[in-house]
Design a protein around this ligand. Structure first.
Ligand code: GDP
Length: 627
């Protein structure tokens, strides 16, 4: 595949699409690596910036700058740098020359096509059209997020948009005065943040729902923080206004304390009074969303191959892998070849949340897609490609890269398990496969929360879909166990696992899975020992015996002193020595133990500084059973 900054991903009639480099933000024209013509040069240099992507020869630089190669050679010569027209210049020299001719430089990072999420697409402004806003609803539990989402969803049925039963695909669209709004159907900031953590920015506007009778609560504050962190405009929907205890002013006051000052107080946050249950204020809220969207100037180019984010994905027993795509730019069509995360697919069916089959889906459309070969992960980016071979290759490369990066993590884990043998932290590596992404996440979260002393679970991958041979390989290389939740491996995968010595464990009840894991974690631990003092003796007299050392004549005041015990010598309450006994005698005989109330002679191995009235305490380490 190689690198290709000029990959246009364009539809036949679209002459001017560009990939933009994220770092520098400059426009790369869509020329196919041929030399630029004069107009290109002029365009490039209009703003006094030379844009280039790699080493240039003097001749190439001269073409880019529109100056003669000889002038460049001469200017470098004046700097005591000897070059000829064919010399390749490094970045420093290119910058030096450019500056001499009055230009700044900007170096493009060439982004490989397989890293398509890193590419910032910069469409020709004339190709852009308005796109619907994508809205996420957040707020404290029980404040009415789900009721609001349902009310909006239902209102369009009432409005006669479509009289059918809707199905949950993770997002839906509604139409207000001819304008569409897309709602992400998973309320709450966890999903929002999870997506963001995976680099997916899909939300244009956040609605924070606050119950008027309850006011700001911890999750309201979290939601505000998450929305602020994402730099997304916030609309506050003060819900449950139908309730007698509703106190709008208190909510406004509390939200203002969080920095969301209303317009009437000189701030910029829009507040709307609603009752999701009764249905009041919803139209105003929807219109407000459109208003905010207009200010945001949300645009996309429907005339390009689609790209966007996976909102949800699962393995459907009849239809195979199914994923909800949020098209963020371009148009997705049946028959398009896509790469979603690391999965290749050829779009077989497109369905909206009414279950209607569509032939294409434009910007901001949530659409259920079938035809993928595997189940991607929510938050993965997708992109459509004009050619199947290319898409397959890109998917394969991405898969390879993912496995490699997981292996890297693995080697670190191996290191940790190495540390573990020296008694520190141990981790059990786990790969999770489940029937739906939600279960995979649930199993992952539950396993990661398990902690038995110094052993924890490290989930290196968790996804929806059947267990594959590549999972087995990943498990093998990362010394991991595979957990299948509501999925079963086929015979090929089972054989592979046997060959590779990989443990596959299948469960359909999460509790059993956790119990099994907890038992395994306990089993991995080295036994814990507890110190148990067996007895104490008081030194009554000491005898120095030639080269042998000092014998302490003692009286056992408590319990029993054993000959193999570890002892500590305590003087005036301070431990002055710890060691083993080298001899324990009653009269002249060696004995195994001496009980309370008896006299004995003791010698401490390697220690002779024993004094009268010292206490010798004997103790042993006993294994403690784990709970
Ligand atoms: P979520 O946890 O934020 O999704 O909250 P829900 O939408 O599940 O709502 C929690 C409870 O509040 C449910 O019993 C709803 O019927 C109720 N509720 C939601 N909106 C309103 C409203 O506007 N007025 C009243 N009176 N109750 C509401």
């Amino acid at each position: 595949m190689g690198t290709n900054k000029n990959y246009s991903n364009k539809k036949p009639n679209n002459k001017s699409q560009h990939f933009q480099n994220k770092k520098k933000g400059s426009l790369i024209s869509n020329v196919n690596n041929h030399k630029m013509n004069k107009q290109d040069i002029k365009n490039k240099l209009n703003d006094g910036v030379l844009v280039y992507s790699g080493p240039l020869t003097v001749t190439e630089l001269s073409e880019k700058l529109g100056v003669s190669a000889v002038d460049i050679v001469r200017s470098l010569f004046l700097e005591k740098i000897m070059v000829n027209v064919n010399t390749t210049l490094n970045d420093d020299y290119i910058e030096l020359v450019a500056l001499k001719f009055g230009y700044e430089v900007q170096k493009e990072k060439i982004v490989a096509l397989e890293n398509f999420e890193e590419m910032e697409i910069n469409d020709d402004p004339t190709m852009l059209v308005e796109r619907p806003p994508v809205v996420t609803i957040m707020g404290h539990v029980d404040h009415g997020k789900t009721t609001l989402l349902d009310a909006i969803r239902k209102s369009r049925v009432v409005a006669g948009e479509f009289g059918g039963i809707t199905q949950h695909i993770g997002a839906y669209q509604t139409t207000v005065k001819g304008n569409k709004i897309t709602f992400i159907d998973t309320p709450g900031h966890e999903a929002f943040t999870e997506m963001r953590a995976r680099g997916a920015k899909i939300t244009d506007i956040v609605i924070i729902v606050v119950a008027a009778d309850d006011g700001v609560k911890p999750q309201t504050i979290e939601a505000v923080n998450h929305a602020k962190a994402a730099h997304v405009p916030i609309i506050v929907a003060v819900n449950k206004m139908d309730k007698p205890a509703a106190n709008y002013d208190r909510v406004v006051q509390q939200m203002s304390d969080l920095g969301l000052m209303p317009e009437e107080w000189g701030g910029s946050t829009i507040y709307r009074k609603i009752s999701a249950k009764v249905g009041t204020g919803l139209d105003e809220l929807l219109e407000t969303i459109l208003l905010v969207a207009e200010m945001e100037n949300l645009k996309a180019n429907p005339n390009r191959y689609a790209l966007g984010t996976i909102v949800e994905a699962k393995l459907d027993k009849q239809r195979g892998p199914i994923a909800t795509f949020l098209v963020q730019n371009g148009t997705l069509r049946i028959g398009d070849c896509v790469v979603a995360g690391t999965c290749f697919g050829k779009v077989r069916q497109l369905r909206d949340d009414f279950g209607r089959q569509l032939s294409e889906a434009g910007p901001s459309s949530p659409i259920e897609v079938s035809g993928l070969q595997d189940v991607p992960t929510a938050g993965d980016k997708f992109m459509a490609f004009e050619n199947e071979k290319m898409a397959r290759e890109i998917a394969a490369k991405r898969k390879e890269a993912k496995i490699l990066s997981e292996r890297k993590v693995t080697s670190a884990n191996t290191l940790e398990s190495f540390i573990a043998t020296s008694g520190e932290h141990q981790e059990i590596n786990v790969i999770i496969r489940a029937d739906v992404q939600g279960s995979a996440e649930a199993v992952k979260n539950a396993l990661e929360k398990l902690k038995v002393e110094d052993v924890s679970v490290n989930v290196i991958a968790s996804y929806a879909g059947a267990i594959t041979e590549s999972d087995v390989l990943l498990a093998k290389t990362s010394n991991a166990i595979i957990y299948g939740f509501n999925v079963r491996p086929d015979s090929i995968v089972r054989r592979k696992a046997l060959e590779e010595g990989v443990d596959i464990r299948l469960h359909n009840i999460i509790y059993n899975l956790l119990e099994e894991m907890t038992a395994a974690m306990k089993g991995m631990l080295k036994p814990i020992y507890k110190e148990v003092v067996t007895g104490q003796a008081e030194v009554r007299q000491t005898f120095k015996v030639g080269k042998v050392g000092v014998i302490a004549g003692c009286y056992v005041t408590l319990g029993v002193i054993k000959s193999n015990a570890t002892v500590r010598l305590i003087r005036a309450g301070i431990v002055v020595y710890e060691g083993k006994l080298s001899s324990l005698k009653r009269f002249k005989d060696d004995v195994k133990e001496v009980k309370e109330g008896f006299e004995c002679g003791m010698m401490i191995d390697g220690y002779n500084d024993i004094k009268e009235l010292d206490i010798i305490e004997g103790y042993e380490m006993q294994e403690v059973e784990r709970k």
